[in-house]
Design a protein around this ligand. Structure first.
Ligand code: UDP
Length: 238
């Protein structure tokens, strides 16, 4: 396998990827499917940091729409991402992959605190770093955490693994004539609200020229193909 194009990537996994068919909570079978592939990619020497979402368990914004204080709900959402991160760690280690969970909110009995230089050191030693608890701040999302971590950890790109094949001009689940972009600019993504990642994340990527590769997580081999630089989805850049 040749991933000369990349030496370090940030893989963003939404909470829904961990729920599988049940669409809520944590489904170890669903996690096992992509964990094997992540472990294989890590074994090639490509350095990997993961940012895990929490939407399969709790979202602050949804709770606030039903009357909960937004910040309170967001902290609950961040805690949800820690549960997900531990589940992903378990699955990766079952595939022989060395990992560390690092949390943006301190909970030292469960995982290490996120310290940038330690995260870099872990990756240099071949460990997959699983970043949990988002940015540690309410009013953000794990997409923003992915952009932040990708930049500070000097990743070559964000891999945004989703349930669709890439970025479309309209929702492919609703419109039969939706057209997939091979590449699309940050600006067009923002202006047309193409739903790649939230606007904070896209703006950070744009300001720092960080490419976002959007591809389908549910197609076997896609993480490996993306890591090899194959054009399997949509690249957001420029
Ligand atoms: N969250 C937060 N700050 C962060 C990251 C996440 O407050 O930096 C909270 C927020 O409530 C969010 C929830 O954690 O809704 C779960 O994260 P997200 O919705 O990004 O998960 P995903 O959609 O990727 O599953």
């Amino acid at each position: 396998m040749d991933n000369a194009q990349y030496s370090r990537i940030l893989l963003k996994l939404s909470g829904e990827a961990l729920a599988g068919e049940q669409q809520f909570g944590i489904n170890p079978t669903a996690i096992g499917q992509f964990a094997k592939e992540i472990a294989e990619v890590a074994a090639t020497g490509l350095q990997l940091a993961l940012v895990i979402g929490g939407g399969n368990i709790f979202r602050g914004m949804a709770a606030s729409a039903k009357g909960m204080d937004r910040a309170q709900g967001d902290y609950m959402g961040m805690l949800a991402t820690v549960m997900n991160a531990l589940a992903v760690q378990d699955a990766l280690e079952k595939n022989g992959c060395d990992t560390r969970v690092m949390t943006a909110l301190q909970m030292a009995d469960v995982a290490e605190p996120y310290i940038r230089r330690r995260a870099l050191r872990h990756m240099d030693k071949g460990r997959v770093v699983i970043c949990a608890a988002g940015t540690g701040n309410p009013y953000f999302t794990t997409d923003s955490a992915a952009a932040l971590r990708a930049l500070e950890l000097k990743c070559d790109a964000i891999f945004k693994a989703t349930k669709v094949d890439g970025v479309y001009d309209k929702d492919p689940n609703i419109h039969d004539d939706a057209v997939k972009y091979e590449t699309v600019s940050y600006m067009e993504t923002l202006e047309k609200r193409l739903g790649v990642m939230d606007s904070t994340a896209i703006s950070m990527a744009r300001d720092n020229n960080l490419p976002i590769i959007v591809f389908n997580l549910y197609k076997d081999g896609n993480i490996r193909r993306a890591a090899n630089g194959e054009n399997i989805g949509t690249t957001v850049q420029g």
